[in-house]
Design a protein. Structure first.
Length: 153
């Protein structure tokens, strides 16, 4: 059995955090390009903002403690959910970037809800039911916060 000459590189490449990097990069690049008041500017209850922030931190930091270890059964569905989820998430930003997201609840909640597909893919690829549970709660709270911001609630 051949061993890697760079085990530290193998650990980095199989760390679950590499799977959230595209989301972080996308948000870092495109968030500043959003029109003013994108997604709405209504008040969100303070307690909801706190819960959303704590859950967001959990969703983006928990993968640091996960390893990509998909097996034959979870590799293909996990990869399809992950890549498809990324593409859908990126596409959901188009109405926001064009400033028309408040014309439709579907356009409004797109960037809030679609990360769940990516997170489900990560959970499958890392074989972590706990991660999908935390991610589901985060996305639910995130969508509710978005509905408040957009003036729907």
């Amino acid at each position: 059995m051949e061993t890697s000459k760079r085990p530290w590189l193998d650990r980095i490449a199989t760390n679950g955090f590499v799977l959230v990097v595209p989301l972080l990069v996308w948000n870092a690049v495109f968030w500043p390009r959003l029109p003013p008041a994108a997604g709405g500017a209504q008040e969100v209850p303070f307690w909801l903002e706190v819960v959303e922030t704590v859950l967001r931190a959990a969703v983006f930091l928990l993968p640091l403690f996960l390893s990509i270890r998909a097996n034959v059964r979870t590799r293909r569905p996990g990869a399809l959910l992950y890549v498809g989820g990324l593409l859908i998430y990126f596409a959901s930003w188009v109405p926001w970037l064009e400033g028309v997201e408040l014309q439709s609840v579907m356009f409004l909640v797109g960037p809030y809800a679609t990360p769940l597909l990516v997170f489900a893919g990560i959970a499958l690829l890392c074989r972590s039911p706990g991660y999908i549970a935390v991610s589901t709660i985060f996305v639910l709270v995130h969508v509710i916060g978005g509905l408040f911001r957009g003036g729907v609630l």
